[in-house]
Design a protein around this ligand. Structure first.
Ligand code: PLP
Length: 399
């Protein structure tokens, strides 16, 4: 009998990938499937970024790079942050990794120990809880509430910190809700954190450039009093439509960088070289691609929220950032899991159940607006017809 580590059983998953595989299998059978499941922009990576990778390959960038990333790329990240957030970042504190997830993984591994607690948003990106559960630390859920427009509450967060807390994970703009936490709430949190100087914060700001209604993203990196304990997670996946390239970055407090570099060396050695050159082109090239994609997401989220609000039994907060809508579907009488499954199998619409993002997602669905307006309109129409016409059997209903 193989002696597998017990914690493997506690490692979670990301159901969006399972739904994607099922949606693709149904489409391969010839079914007309509209995918509002997976969280990736439906745009191709802008051409000048692709060309930079091709050129890097042609120029012979085929070998290992420094574990923390090509110096020119770390400098480009630092310059980009200073341009966008007006914060000076030492390029040496930037570590390039294969996707935003890796910064998350390293942060949790660095702060998790038996007897310690890590606070994470619920509903939230499912990998947060999965990683904490896999680690020896205890996950502590911070509820993210619909009535609060899906912003997190500083008071609720501060009330969950104890002397055992080693790390807090925050995400704004947020997946799966599209919520953006306002500046005043973040100010309040930062004031409260003064009482807890030993608690580190992982600020997942991967959707930081996708905000609407003229809202400016407030970054935790902008608070000098937190600089020795904030880890910024960001990357190229969402901003530049580069999910498949697998690259992200962390900005770490300087004393932690050496640990991250060693973790990277042990784990993946470095991100592949051509992708890093593409990353430089993304940050140093024209930024109208980011503005254009955000404008498209803006148009779609307004449409999707109002179309969902017109379906009896559904209500949807207007998302303020990212590219998700998180409608409350409890008024339809459906359990969110069976509804998500039935929508895919019977109506050909891929969506994700709210509970795939945590227990507090009960009664909600997540719809990604990373599809054309035309497809979104067709999808929401099918949802309306399905919910209106399909008879609920006992097992489909709200538990
Ligand atoms: N953080 C959040 C909140 C996300 O939604 C995602 C991806 O969906 C990630 C991090 C991971 O991004 P990447 O694909 O760069 O690993």
């Amino acid at each position: 009998m193989l002696q597998l580590a017990q914690n493997l059983g506690r490692l979670g998953d990301e159901n969006a990938f399972t739904v994607l595989a099922r949606a693709q299998a149904l489409a391969a059978e010839g079914r007309d499937i509209i995918n509002l499941g997976i969280g990736q922009p439906d745009f191709p990576t802008p051409a000048h970024i692709v060309e930079a990778a091709v050129k890097a390959l042609r120029d012979g960038h085929h070998g290992y790079t420094p574990a923390a990333g090509i110096p020119k790329l770390r400098q480009a990240v630092s310059a980009d942050i200073s341009r966008r957030l007006d914060v000076a970042v030492d390029p040496d504190s930037v570590v390039i990794v294969p996707g935003g997830k890796v910064t998350m993984f390293f942060a949790v591994m660095m702060f998790a120990e038996a007897g310690r607690e890590i606070i994470y948003p619920d509903p939230g990106f499912p990998i947060y809880k999965s990683l904490i559960s896999y680690s020896p630390a205890t996950p502590v859920a911070l509820p993210i509430r619909e009535e609060n427009g899906f912003a997190f509450s500083a008071d609720e967060l501060l009330a969950r910190i104890t002397p055992k807390t080693s790390l807090i994970i925050l995400n704004t703009p947020a997946n799966p809700t599209g919520g953006v936490t306002p500046l005043e709430e973040i100010d309040k949190l930062v004031r409260g954190l003064e009482r807890w100087p030993d608690v580190a914060i992982l600020a997942d700001e991967i959707y930081g450039q996708i905000t609407f209604d003229g809202l400016r993203h407030a970054s935790l990196l902008q608070y000098p009093q937190l600089r020795d304990r904030v880890i910024l997670l960001d990357g190229w996946s969402k901003t530049y439509a580069m999910t498949g390239w697998r690259m992200g970055y962390g900005v770490w407090p300087n004393p932690l960088v050496e640990h991250v570099r060693r973790l990277a060396t042990n784990c993946h050695s470095c991100v592949n070289a051509p992708t890093q050159w593409a990353g430089i082109a993304a940050l140093e090239g024209p930024q109208d691609c980011v503005r254009d994609m955000t404008a498209a997401f803006d148009e779609r989220r307004t449409f999707i929220a109002s179309a969902l609000n017109a379906i009896p039994g559904m209500r949807c907060v207007l998302p303020k950032g990212a590219f998700y809508a998180f409608p409350n579907v409890s008024g339809t009488g459906w359990n969110e899991r069976t509804l998500a499954k039935a929508l895919l199998e019977e109506a050909g619409i891929a969506v994700i159940a709210g509970t795939d993002f945590g227990d507090a997602g009960k009664g909600f669905l997540r719809l990604s607006s990373a599809n054309s307006l035309e497809n979104i309109a067709r999808a929401v129409d099918r949802i309306r017809v399905f919910v209106g016409e399909r008879k609920l059997s006992g097992q489909d209903a709200v538990a």
